[in-house]
Write a protein that binds this ligand. Sequence first.
Ligand SMILES: Nc1ncnc2c1ncn2[C@@H]1O[C@H](COP(=O)(O)OP(=O)(O)OP(=O)(O)O)[C@@H](O)[C@H]1O
Ligand SMILES: [Mg+2]
Length: 253
Amino acid sequence: MSARRLSVGGLHLAAGGHALVRGVSLTLRRGRVLGLVGTSGSGKSLTTLALLDLLPPGVRQVAGMVALDDAPADRVALRGRTVGLVQQAPRGGFNPLVTIGRHFTETLACDGIRDAAARDAMLELLREVGFGDPASVVGLYPTQLSGGMLQRIMIALALARDPDFLLADEPTTDLDLVVQAQLLDLLERLVVRRGLGVLLVTHDFSVIARLADQVVVMDAGQVVEQRPVRRLFEDPAHPRTQALMAAHLALYA
Ligand SMILES: Nc1ncnc2c1ncn2[C@@H]1O[C@H](COP(=O)(O)OP(=O)(O)OP(=O)(O)O)[C@@H](O)[C@H]1O
Ligand SMILES: [Mg+2]
């Protein structure tokens, strides 16, 4: 049975006695995109990593619980199988010494998928994220691919174990607008086709407008606003949301 909801409640994170995230709660739902926005350093990535118990060294969880359909979840067991992760800055997520194909075979082997079955699964995943000739990619090394291609491969790897949820941290940052648009189309297709529940972390309001159903705004480690996307754009309530939106309009209007 796949889960319907993934939530974190009352998350507090600290480093060296300094609070970084304070009382954050949010819920992902299957088939929905939850946008998480906020200025740089507001705690978006740490909140995302805490969902899978992947906090960097030095950052400590002081309080908070992760639940799957309201039952407390073993966060290590969620990794890959229930929740896929697409990390900020895709290049860092790959081993530069290992081919793209081997990244897939190692991930698929976690579920006992090997040999011809692994190759079929890998080619199908690469096709699903938009590679017309997937066989030509598997022998390449990460350094031989563009940022947009790596980002799509990162998504394919995150989907390899057929998770119910996907955490995508700034998946379109550093990509040109055409590739960005392709990636957003891809995420939208995955939500519809697989019924994925997506946490979409971004500081780009046009990405939010394009994809999110519900939006959480963070500022200085706290959630300051949480509402459906249309209402956020019509009537941003918190001064921080208003400032972020004004900055966005100044850039793109
Ligand atoms: N390993 C760490 N040790 C100590 N402090 C950290 C560590 N990682 C992050 N922080 C601090 O925690 C806060 C939140 O960081 P986080 O990376 O979650 O921000 P963010 O909202 O994802 O920002 P960005 O939009 O730049 O990616 C920042 O003040 C950051 O300096
Ligand atoms: Mg971040």
